[in-house]
Design a protein around this ligand. Structure first.
Ligand code: SF4
Length: 172
């Protein structure tokens, strides 16, 4: 049974990607970015434990929600359980996005790791640490300008990060 350690949910988010989305905030992060908006999500093991199937049912309750965003904390630190959730959501046609403090190039280094498997379920990845000096009001769905909004399927096919070009996700 897959369990995710959760710091919170935003069932009707309009700030973690385009459209009405369900955002899953996990507990635990290794990056310690100075100026992080969610420092309470950094300690591991201190959130509420939820079965993936129960989170999936919560998301399914609202037919207006078409997209799901994984955030944190660091979703790739709980990658096996997020893979299971993403697998369920993908089968139902949700657009799946994830925020991460890792950069795309690190996540694709080892194709046998579940980090890579999780990428295979994602449509969009917003990558890289939050850098306070590069925070901008024009960063859109990003926290700071160093972060990239990446089209994951195109990137995996090409073998390098491909920026998302659609107007829905466009930031600058
Ligand atoms: S990766 Fe995100 S949650 Fe983690 S420290 Fe950086 S900004 Fe905060």
């Amino acid at each position: 049974m897959a369990i995710i350690d959760i710091s919170g949910f935003a069932p009707n988010s309009i700030t973690d990607g385009p459209g009405l989305r369900f955002t899953v905030f996990c507990q635990g992060c290794i990056h310690n970015c100075p100026g992080c908006h969610n420092p309470e999500t950094h300690p591991f093991g201190t959130g509420e434990k939820y079965r993936v199937e129960d989170i999936y049912k919560m998301i399914k309750k609202d037919p207006l929600v078409k997209g799901v965003t994984f955030s944190g904390g660091e979703p790739f630190c709980q990658r096996e359980a997020f893979c299971r959730l993403a697998q369920l959501l993908k089968a139902d046609g949700y657009e799946i996005a994830a925020y991460t403090g890792f950069v795309f190039e690190d996540l694709v280094k080892d194709k046998s790791d579940a980090k890579y498997k999780l990428l295979e379920y994602l449509d969009i990845l917003v990558d890289g640490p939050f850098i306070l000096a590069r925070r901008s009001l024009e960063a859109g769905f990003r926290g700071s300008l160093n972060q990239r909004v990446i089209n994951v399927p195109a990137s995996l096919e090409k073998g390098e990060a491909v920026l998302e070009k659609s107007a829905r996700w466009r930031t600058l």
